[in-house]
Ligand binder design. Structure first.
Ligand code: TYM
Length: 339
């Protein structure tokens, strides 16, 4: 098994990232190490320049995100932890794959449509070709599995399409250049929604900080955000079917279940019939208790810039080694003379 996944170092790590992806990264890091496989996790800093950004903030956020991932349990001795920028093969492979990706495929990407909105002409080219870079990220390492939240599923399907077309066009069936990766999406936390709107994804780019629980929030802030979360006036139902048409209630119960490692029905068996006045403090306490150790580790790690840079330097050196054979095979398959 070869696990590869990435996160953009824009803003802080939030509960959606944690429950949708990072918790699985940590779990898979242990499973993969036990089976003799390899896990690679990276900061998608090259992806972050597809949207307007402040350079000094990107640099600071990149280091903060390393601290946050280590605080969550990513072990730089067992996983390869790095940033794209230090492994030029990502950008090189993207260019090589641009010859295979089709405009029509990229035009169908929902994230492109959402982020560009009505202003397609004014969006950056990087925003449009972003999924090709994402395909390069995973194909470069022959990833077999990619742990992500639901919102990245379409991008991974595109990576498979690119890999398949490239193999068909430029390689033999007996010796394909790329492995087709499978997404791993946690069913109970595939899509954590905003605390202010049960129909919008919890996101780093939401202007309202009250919409998300950041892993760096202190206990009081977490409690306050949960208590102020949007809800409806009804008490909680006693089974899952009763959550239909109640997006905010669905989200809060889902967060509780994912965090506690319980099923939604299990949570409702306990809280069914109760109002949010009782459920919200219980959810707040669960989050505070679960996130406190991560928060404490994050605070002690974030100040040591030299240590964070050293983690990235070491991980990037290893990633460059692991990337080299596939990059070389891609150049060769395309008839590009490397000398
Ligand atoms: P990013 O930085 O937006 O998010 C990182 C991971 O968190 C998951 N996630 C969520 N899961 C559940 N509920 C949510 N509300 C939620 N918000 C975010 C995302 O699905 C993701 O797994 N393009 C990617 C980064 C990337 C990447 C890659 C991922 C670049 N190259 C290669 C996998 C493989 C992104 O912007 O994720």
């Amino acid at each position: 098994m070869r696990i590869v996944s990435g996160i953009q170092p824009t803003g802080s790590l939030h509960l959606g990232n944690y429950l949708g992806a990072i918790r699985n990264w940590v779990k898979m890091q242990d499973e993969v190490a036990a089976g003799g496989g390899q896990s690679l996790y990276f900061l998608a800093d090259l992806h972050a320049i597809s949207q307007p950004h402040v350079p000094a903030e990107l640099a600071a956020n990149t280091r903060e995100m390393v601290a946050a991932l280590v605080a969550c349990g990513i072990d730089p001795d067992r996983s390869v932890l790095f940033n794209q920028t230090q492994v030029p093969a990502h950008a090189e492979l993207q260019w090589l794959l641009n010859g295979t990706a089709r405009m029509g495929w990229l035009n169908r990407m929902t994230q492109w449509k959402d982020k560009a909105g009505k202003n397609r002409e004014g969006a950056s080219v990087a925003l449009f070709t972003y999924p090709v870079l994402q395909a390069a990220d995973v194909l470069l390492y022959q990833a077999t599995h990619v742990p992500v939240g639901e919102d990245q599923k379409q991008h991974l399907e595109l990576a498979r399409d690119i890999a398949q077309k490239f193999n068909n066009d430029f390689a033999s069936e007996a010796a394909p250049v790329f492995t087709l990766p499978d997404p791993i999406i946690p069913p109970e936390a595939a899509r954590i929604m905003s605390l202010r709107d049960g129909n919008a994804k919890m996101s780093k780019s939401d202007p309202s900080d009250m919409s998300r629980v950041n892993l760096t929030d202190d206990a009081d802030t977490i409690m306050q955000k949960v208590k102020k979360a949007k809800t409806d006036p009804e008490p909680l139902p006693s089974d899952k079917a009763g959550l239909d048409g109640r997006p905010e209630a669905t989200n809060l119960v889902g967060i509780y279940a994912a965090m506690a490692g319980e099923t939604v029905d299990g949570v409702l068996a306990r809280f069914g019939g109760e109002g949010f006045g009782r459920f919200k403090p219980a959810l707040g306490e669960l989050l505070v208790e679960s996130l406190a150790p991560i928060n404490a580790r994050f605070i002690s790690l974030r100040e040591d810039r030299a240590a964070l840079d050293a983690i990235l330097a070491k991980g990037s050196a290893r990633a460059r080694e692991l990337a080299a054979p596939t990059l070389a095979a891609t150049y060769d398959a395309l008839g590009l003379v490397r000398g």
